[in-house]
Design a protein around this ligand. Sequence first.
Ligand code: S3P
Length: 450
Amino acid sequence: MAHPTSPPSPMVAQASGPLTGTIRVPGDKSISHRALMLGALAIGQTEITGLLEGEDVLATAAALNALGANATPAEKGRRDGRWTVDGIGIGGLVEPDDLLDLGNSGTSARLLLGMLATHPITAFVTGDASLRRRPMGRVVEPLSRIGARFVTREGDRLALAVNGAITPIPISYRLPVPSAQVKSSVLLAGLNTPGATTVVEPQPTRDHTERMLRHFGASVAIEPEDGGSRRVTVQGFPELAAAPIIVPGDPSSAAFPLVAALIVAGSDVTIEGVGINPLRAGLLECLREMGADISLLHRREEGGEPVADLRARAGALTGADIPAERAPRMIDEYPILAVAAACARGRTVMRGLAELRVKESDRLSGIAAGLDSCGVSVAVDGDTLIVDGDGGPLRGGASIATNLDHRIAMAFLVLGLACRLPVRIDDAAPIATSFPSFIGLMKGLGAVIV
Ligand code: S3P
């Protein structure tokens, strides 16, 4: 199938006056995917509130519908984040009669492959030009051990065909790279596998799958091991019971208006209802170490996840040394952290960034090239990114190649708000994968984006 291509839609961000106001960002992308997937594997109807209606999550919904589930907005034609999923039970997926096209979404691809791997059906999976470049070997390898068979393009890339195992074999798998997607893929495969399926993660990654499996009634054991690793075990054939889900605001989306508020002089912005799961909160730690004025208000728990309102006020930032161990807890936040670093006084060193090379684009190169073209002193040394800021206003005045990467697009629009000269991005369309309301919300706060 030819992937739909629309003409690129460039945008320009300009020096802006203080950003002020209170906003809500859309639902968490990771949790939204999982809510639809576990809803599809449950018995009964799952009601979801606050689902992210971005392209990535809609791709998951469409794929699940092609596999026999029924995931739809609660009110036909209305996009207010309320969705229902009629589950078909573990083992209930049916063979799709066409390609599953997952667009830009790595999470959809890797997690759905886990589900497909232990259903005795054949499916053909593809995605857009960015997703077709990304490595799938990281899930193909463990899922093959469980008994699934794959035919992939060279380098284990999409498009691929998967034959799910007829008699799946439970495995114990140690993650070679810290990846919540790989962990989740294996755990989802384990749901339709007899016995215990275990994933050992040397560095803890986001635990939304584990939390939500428990929320639906599955038995998941999480055992800390020596040296900081975690052993996560799911028992096969649980009866997942439909359960209501409230999706918190996405901290990875909140990061953009949050950093914008810190770097645009005089700003004071509150973002309500943001998820602060400790395995996602690395950025807040970094920004605080850099001297950011951020308060967490009204801390509470919603749908099994910790949530707070974040208030950010502009002020001077200083450089910091960000350890590699923190990377899994903020892996999507490096583009916007690098923007904060560019506006700080002193050197910021961000270590352990190998995984950034296999995101929606090679983010390590993309961040460095973009900052350099805006007049920022930046270097890449192996997997380390080094940004030197002088705390003064940045030059800007560049056009940024976004390479189908929503987070590169948003990060450089935010940078443009604090530059003397406008910053142009070549394509704002990918922002709709994760944060469709980004431009409108930013303009509402006072950002000049045209
Ligand atoms: C995600 C895990 C991370 C992250 C991605 C969402 C998830 O990917 O970058 O945006 O929902 O599990 P990796 O597992 O590749 O680190």
